[in-house]
Design a protein around this ligand. Structure first.
Ligand SMILES: [Cu+2]
Length: 459
């Protein structure tokens, strides 16, 4: 919920257009603050042209007020605590209480006035990624404007020339500020509501972090070796599912402000790129896909018809990106006797993790977990462990969901006889351990090694 920390609430903010005159025009609208990382219901417009609002995974849309014919928003850049999933909180920088910041929604042709207050310990700016606007509103510190020093408020004013999907982020000490989570999505709805309308419109932005297990702060100088792959600074199982009514037309808009591309894969449906940060793709130029690559510093929105009921996995297809911390720098020990190796490794590095001898599936990895981190793969479904993390969630397509109902409908009830199952009459013997042993005598005790019992906590 929005906190009322001295601020106007949604209802009070939206559609208020009473202010006019020099004194009032100089006032700055209150800045709503969000204190939760759960998906907030869509924010329907109560003034101006109508549109179907988006829903931000684990996020919210920023309320505004009308001031004459200007739509006014107020972003506050500030340190925040973001929960990545149950069991892990991270000190980030963000906007209005969360990282990423709230989604800004407006309509093509709107005049927007966006106040930005800097409550960070260093200067910042806001760049409106993909927007066609006057040069002096582009938010590049030093190049197109002075940096916003701590404690100051700047105002950006521009007209939204085109509809589509955009982002905002600092252009000021970028490496640090984006690595600390400063970013958000900016959706501009078409002025003509009959232009490619959809029933459900989801939004999220991708960011990555290197956060050592047991610590609370990202290492901002890292360029390639991240261990937290997030959608809206959340990781599975902390990422909201996408509840969808069977038959709905669905749009998913995805921004990428990480250091690498993400091939986003939808199960059970074909999807088509409908929009990028450059604009709408003509329908004649679209083609069916099941995986859409989202390049660095770019947006891909895809449309689909949700005509296949079920719990459909929806994830980045880079397998390391559906893992949480501690999944890296682990040696491949498939086929190696773990008993001897765990002893040897445990002696040298008591907290080290040893890959299971048959793989890394749930139950094969054992080690004590430090505070404030997450198992590398986790989550469970109605049939057992899901063994995922990071950039993974589920499209839950169900008959008869209410129009604005985004609550989790629970696990899918599979029609009888439609689930893959064990065949009782055919039995294949499991590989004997002798077949997978390395060609050395692993039974011989290793010199100087003692048993090192862990506390048995499973990953
Ligand atoms: Cu990825």
């Amino acid at each position: 919920m929005l906190s009322r920390r001295g601020f106007l609430g949604t209802a009070a903010l939206v559609g208020v257009s009473t202010v006019s005159g020099r004194a009032q025009a100089a006032t700055i609208p209150e800045a709503p603050i969000m204190d939760k990382a759960t998906m907030q219901p869509p924010l329907h417009p109560t003034s101006g042209p109508d549109y179907r609002p988006v829903v931000t995974l684990n996020g919210w849309s920023l309320p505004w007020r009308m001031n004459g014919d200007w739509k006014e928003f107020h972003l506050v850049a500030e340190p925040v605590v973001r929960e990545f999933a149950d069991g892990m909180k991270v000190n980030l920088w963000g906007y209005n209480g969360q990282a990423p910041g709230p989604t800004i929604e407006a309509v093509e042709g709107d005049k927007v006035r966006i106040f930005v207050t800097n409550k960070l310990p260093e200067h910042t700016t806001v760049h409106w990624h993909g927007m066609i606007l006057p040069n002096g509103m582009d938010g590049v510190g030093g190049l197109t404007q002075p940096h916003i020093t701590p404690g100051k408020t700047f105002v950006y004013e521009f007209v939204l020339k085109k509809s589509g999907t955009f982002m905002y982020h600092p252009h000021s000490d970028e490496m640090v500020q984006m690595a600390m989570g400063m970013m958000g999505m900016f959706v501009v709805h078409p002025r003509d509501p009959s232009f490619r309308p959809v029933d459900r419109d989801f939004v999220f932005i991708m960011s990555t972090y290197l956060i050592d297990p047991g610590t609370y702060l990202p290492k901002v100088n890292e360029m390639t070796d991240f261990n937290m792959w997030t959608w809206n600074s959340r990781v599975f199982p902390g990422i909201d599912p996408l509840p969808i009514r069977l038959g709905d037309k669905v749009r998913v808009r995805i921004g990428n402000l990480t250091m690498t591309n993400h091939p986003i894969h939808a199960h059970g449906h074909d999807i088509r790129v409908s929009c990028t940060d450059g604009g709408w793709i003509p329908e004649t130029a679209q083609w069916p896909e099941t995986t859409i690559d989202v390049p660095v510093g770019a947006i891909r929105a895809f449309d689909m018809v949700a005509d296949n009921p079920g719990d459909w996995a929806f994830h980045c297809h880079k397998s390391h990106h559906t893992m949480n911390a501690m999944g890296h720098d682990v040696r491949n020990l498939i086929g190696v006797s773990r008993k001897d190796l765990a002893k040897a490794v445990g002696k040298l590095a008591p907290d080290a993790m040893v890959m299971g001898e048959t793989g890394m599936a749930m139950g094969e990895m054992e080690m004590p977990a430090p505070d404030n981190t997450l198992p590398m793969m986790t989550g469970s479904g109605q049939f057992g462990p899901i063994e995922m993390g990071g950039m993974f969630t589920v499209m839950k397509i169900r008959e008869g969901l209410g129009r604005d109902d985004y609550s989790d409908p629970g696990p899918y009830k599979f029609p009888e006889g439609t689930v893959a199952h064990e065949v009782a009459s055919v039995s294949v013997p499991p590989p004997s351990s002798a077949q997978t042993k390395p060609p050395m005598d692993s039974k011989r005790p290793m010199k100087g090694m003692k048993h090192n019992h862990t506390d048995g906590r499973k990953m």
